[in-house]
Write a protein that binds this ligand. Sequence first.
Ligand SMILES: [Zn+2]
Length: 200
Amino acid sequence: MKVETLVLGMVETNCYLVSENGSLLIIDPASSGRRLVDRINRDYEGKLDGILLTHGHFDHIGAVDHLVKEYGCPVYGCRDDEKLFTDAAVNSLMGMNATVKSPITWVKGNSMKVGSIIVKIYYTPGHSPGSVMYEIGGILFSGDTIFHESVGRTDLYGGSFSQLKQSLDVLNSLPYDMVICPGHGESTTVGHELRYNPFL
Ligand SMILES: [Zn+2]
């Protein structure tokens, strides 16, 4: 499995390109649709199997419609963020916003297969009602639920600090050396966060 990280948009969101056996997934295509299309066409044979969204904030979804128009691929997200995905008034921050007009397949259950890639799903409300984390090939893509030695803010629409605290419990059940790729900033590991993250 190969993971490429692109830092995109006004608030430096991590967008991940995850590929294995000829399948490609994009996690949180934040913005810069044209740049992503160029990259996919150049390095991934012009084929995108699916888009995974960790939550509905504008800085994680800006290029979704551009990619769907180009590749006709499915988009996955959690229904509890439906309002954030679709209502610009709710997900606007500092005058910036974005919405997803393409249909979203709501994730359910604990895992799914997209292309040939198995994706595990963790439901971790707190940063937003429908925040999820995805585990692929032993790597955890945590969105804004957990960062290197920090966690996502809970003062935006539908956020809840007590829910976030509860959601973070899942880390206790994951391997210590599991790599975490967050929605912003540098990557980390489960063990490092259990030891140094002041919120855990
Ligand atoms: Zn966010």
